[in-house]
Write a protein that binds this ligand. Structure first.
Ligand SMILES: Nc1ncnc2c1ncn2[C@@H]1O[C@H](COP(=O)(O)OP(=O)(O)OP(=O)(O)O)[C@@H](O)[C@H]1O
Ligand SMILES: [Mg+2]
Length: 511
């Protein structure tokens, strides 16, 4: 007999329906899975067979063929265990065939028949709703994640026999329901850090406020212990909170990697990713033999912090160039292609030279010129060109460090950032982008009008400081953000002048 059970898989972060077809016919006992199964799916044969037996059912000693359709896309993961087992039980007439149709089913089986959590359930639930399924049957541990999607029933299951009894009409499975107000009261607990803890460094704080307001990328250069890492870690505390749609998108990425903790609904805080400098290019942008999202996608809608930038391998940094401009990354492998969102704010920190004291007024630097050149050459011109704000973070003065008064806190700064972001969203609504940094250069003319004075200043920047076309565009974008923070409708000369001084590498610093 032939049975069909609906399951799901993902390409990128989008779920697609997989029809699990099971045919049992007379012949020598064999159990084959076709339809481009990867190792983890092929191995499910043993788990399924043992789980069926240990749940008290008879495993048919006949010819079993399982087809995972569409058959031309690779399938991986352990989520097909449960649909395959149910398909076998339907085909061997343990479960009535018509009952399973309206549900999308996924789950890993352990040998004793218990059901274990799987990855990407949020994408499955979205696909189930889009395709009009009545509900989704998933492991208990994944229920909260799936319940974020309105309009479908979420049936959490613990073991194979429970779901067989449900389809046979002996028991009911309680639908997973969450508090209807969950969106309002689920919130990440902050880790208690605040901008007010950073003493002095007013220039750097101002630059980070501008960066947060316009979602601009930042590079901080300064001697050891000047507070670069400290400043970067506090950046998420002044960024606007994620909207619900952004939060769902971020959660989908984490869900595909199985990084959603049990019973956690969704990721509501801006992601802050700080990979170590030994990371590989696949780890950073995504990929590997089986495409998977990398750190830049995990930082989607948040911050990617690269501390000690020149310590990263040069080829690793170079792969950032394309996603920095496109806001997404496409990975193609034999038989598999995936696109992951990657709209992140790049924040990088570095010392001006290998010893770190190049700009020290006491002349502590011991580096030779070739050493400095070698150190800096790790960061290519094209990458630097893509970083909107490049600032110096000098040693903090003792009088600032010893000051008893607290600086401005993150809450106040975030208010200004939010206000500036709202202005941008309103102005750029027709472009479907929410920040100045995401504005394409072809739209600058329409959204960032420059008067004669501003044009003159920009011409000087190109003629005297040698700004590239991209650097000019970036100055205009940053100028627009400064004007937004200033509540000005038009970019003034002083807005642009401030933006120009944030291009310290173009201005020849640090020497
Ligand atoms: N502006 C500051 N206000 C208060 N504390 C500071 C400041 N700058 C540095 N510190 C103190 O110094 C420590 C080291 O700072 P941080 O790690 O941010 O330096 P860094 O610039 O990243 O140095 P490195 O180049 O070595 O990575 C911080 O944990 C903090 O305690
Ligand atoms: Mg540091």
């Amino acid at each position: 007999m032939l049975a069909k059970v609906n399951s799901c898989s993902v390409t990128g972060i989008d779920g697609f329906i997989v029809e699990v077809e099971v045919d049992i016919s007379y012949g020598l006992p064999v159990f084959n899975i076709v339809g481009l199964p990867e190792v983890s799916v092929r191995e499910s044969k043993d788990r399924v067979k043992t789980a069926i037996k240990n749940s008290g059912y008879t495993f048919p000693m006949e010819r079993i063929v399982v087809n995972l359709a569409p058959a031309d896309i690779k399938k991986e993961g352990t989520g097909f265990d449960l649909p395959v087992a149910l398909g076998i039980l339907v085909a061997s007439e343990v479960i009535p065939p018509d009952k399973v149709n309206g549900y999308l089913i996924a789950g890993e089986l352990s040998l004793d028949g218990k059901i274990k959590p799987v990855k990407a359930v949020l994408s499955f639930a979205l696909a189930a709703r889009q395709k009009g399924y009545k509900g989704i049957i998933i492991p208990v541990e994944n229920a909260a994640e799936a319940a974020m999607v309105d309009g479908i029933e979420v049936l959490p299951v613990k073991c194979l026999s429970q779901i067989v009894d449900f389809f046979s009409g002996f028991v009911d499975i309680e639908k997973y329901c969450i508090d209807p107000n969950w969106r309002t009261h689920v919130n990440e607990k902050g880790n208690g850090i605040d901008f007010s803890e950073v003493k002095g460094q007013y220039h750097a704080k101002r630059a980070l406020e501008i960066a947060a307001a316009g979602s601009h990328s930042v590079l901080m250069t300064g001697p050891p212990g000047s507070g670069k890492s400290m400043l970067a870690k506090r950046l998420p505390t002044i960024l606007p909170e994620l909207t619900f749609e952004e939060a769902i998108e971020v959660t989908r990425i984490y869900s595909v990697l199985g990084l959603i903790e049990d019973n956690r609904l969704y990721i509501s805080a801006k992601p802050f990713r700080s990979p170590h400098h030994t990371i590989s290019d696949a780890g950073l942008v995504g990929g590997g033999s089986k495409p998977a999202p990398g750190e830049i996608s995990l930082a989607h809608n948040g911050v990617l912090f690269l501390d000690e930038l020149p310590e990263f391998k040069k080829n690793v940094l170079e792969v950032l160039r394309q996603p920095l401009e496109d806001g997404k990354v496409s990975i193609a492998r034999a038989g598999a292609k995936a696109t992951y969102p990657a709209q992140f704010m790049l924040v990088a920190a570095m010392n001006p030279c290998p010893c770190g004291y190049l700009s020290d007024p006491m002349g502590k630097c011991t580096c030779t010129h070739p050493q400095i050149q070698k150190y800096r050459s790790k960061i290519s011109g094209p990458l630097l060109d893509r970083i909107d704000i490049q600032i110096e973070v000098p040693k903090v003065e003792y009088k600032d460090l010893a000051a008893k008064t607290k600086g401005e806190g993150s809450v106040q700064i975030r208010k200004r950032v939010n206000h500036a972001r709202k202005k941008q969203e309103k102005r750029l609504a027709q472009l479907a982008v929410s920040s100045n940094a995401r504005m394409h250069s072809r739209h600058l003319g329409a959204f960032c009008h420059l008067d004669g004075e501003c044009e003159k200043l920009l011409k000087q920047a190109v003629d005297v400081l040698g700004f590239s076309a991209r650097a000019c565009h970036s100055v205009i974008r940053v100028g627009r953000t400064i004007a937004d923070l200033d509540n000005a409708s038009k970019i003034e000369r002083y807005h642009l002048a401030e933006a120009i001084q944030y291009r310290s590498f173009d201005r020849g610093f640090p020497q």
